[in-house]
Design a protein around this ligand. Structure first.
Ligand code: TRP
Ligand code: SF4
Length: 329
């Protein structure tokens, strides 16, 4: 299958990104033709006021992907804004996308609500899903790995494809299926969603000391005052981490020992820190081998391959739109 997915370059990646997205990508790359890109235009749609260095953020993002196990030999890694064909297709798709589809988009409404502090009543933000559709269909992706919040965007992409085919009488695009990320919602250290803006995240770049300091301060079952008090793992954040990161046998044992009051929270957290280290250590090692020049080279090559593919699609699209001529592959 041809797989396409993108990520906005908005800063450091955390464990939630790894478990929710990157782990999935590393598995998909084994058997599929994957294109992963830095969605820098999309980042601009919500952060145009912030003067972000998107070039540097994009490079850092790709470095994190590779450190996390994305293999540049297997995948095409590129930057959205380096492939101008995305913007050309975005323009054309905007011509045929009814405003109602965009205004009704639940993710759009949620985001407007959540980002009240930002001025995102812009054309760019409203048409975010149109650009996303262009990103996907320009490569004829069969499937797109996404999180729950992106489902409406993929549905809009499929609707746009159908409308394009209907209007121009030409079946150019593949309707992309979704690959829903396994719901490994790892909460942040305060129990809310793990997010940079809540200051509750464990970053892929944290040192073992930083991880331990964060974990040490995490709240456990508040009913447990003394070490021998029986606890309830179901109300304990650390146990959520164990479920996501520790092997099943150990998880069962912790569950029983906590309820029996036979394991202390510090000991339990140490096991948890070890589980986190099993993920972070190889990432740390790979990252140490990567320099900026290597990343830039990988991205330059990725941009060239992506552009080749995108340009092929645009030739057919432009023939369909401007000459009402249909060539299906
Ligand atoms: N909107 C996606 C997100 O915020 C990022 C994205 C942009 C994307 N274009 C894409 C994801 C195309 C998948 C396919 O996570
Ligand atoms: Fe949480 Fe572990 Fe303490 Fe139980 S023993 S309350 S699961 S930290």
């Amino acid at each position: 299958m041809r797989i396409v997915s993108g990520m906005r370059p908005t800063g450091k990646l955390h464990l939630g990104h790894y478990l929710g997205v990157l782990k999935n990508w590393t598995e998909l790359q084994q058997k599929n033709d994957c294109l992963f890109f830095v969605a820098d235009w999309h980042a601009l749609s919500t952060s145009y006021e912030e003067k972000l260095n998107l070039k540097a953020l994009g490079r850092d993002l790709v470095k994190e992907w590779i450190a996390a196990g994305i293999d540049p030999q297997r995948c095409t890694l590129f930057v959205q804004s380096a492939v101008k064909e995305h913007s050309e297709l975005y323009l054309l798709l905007n011509m045929i996308t009814p405003l109602g589809w965009l205004e009704r988009n639940p993710t759009y409404k949620d985001q407007l609500e959540q980002m009240r502090h930002k001025e995102i009543h812009t054309a760019g933000f409203l048409t975010y899903p149109v650009l996303q559709a262009a990103d996907i269909v320009i490569y004829n992706a069969d499937a797109v790995p996404i999180g729950e919040d992106q489902r409406p965007h993929l549905e809009i992409a499929r609707e746009i494809v159908r409308r394009f085919h209907h209007l121009f009488g030409c079946e150019i695009f593949t309707e992309p299926k979704e690959i829903l990320a396994p719901d490994s919602r790892l909460p942040g250290l305060d129990g809310r969603k793990m997010s940079k803006s809540y200051n509750n995240a464990i970053y892929l770049s944290d040192t073992p000391e930083e991880v331990w300091q964060k974990l040490r301060g995490a709240k456990t079952d508040p009913q447990r005052v003394r070490r021998n008090d029986p606890g309830d793992p179901d109300v304990c954040l650390v146990f959520d981490y164990h479920k996501a990161l520790t092997d099943d046998v150990t998880v069962q044992k912790i569950n029983a020992d906590c309820r029996a009051g036979s394991i202390g929270c510090v000991e339990c957290k140490k096991i948890c820190a070890a589980s986190i280290e099993r993920v972070l250590e190889p990432i740390r090692e790979r990252r140490a081998e990567l320099d900026d020049e290597t990343i830039d080279e990988i991205v330059r090559n990725g941009n060239i391959s992506a552009k080749k593919e995108a340009a092929k699609t645009m030739e057919r699209v432009n023939r369909a739109v401007f000459e009402i001529a249909c060539e299906t592959e």
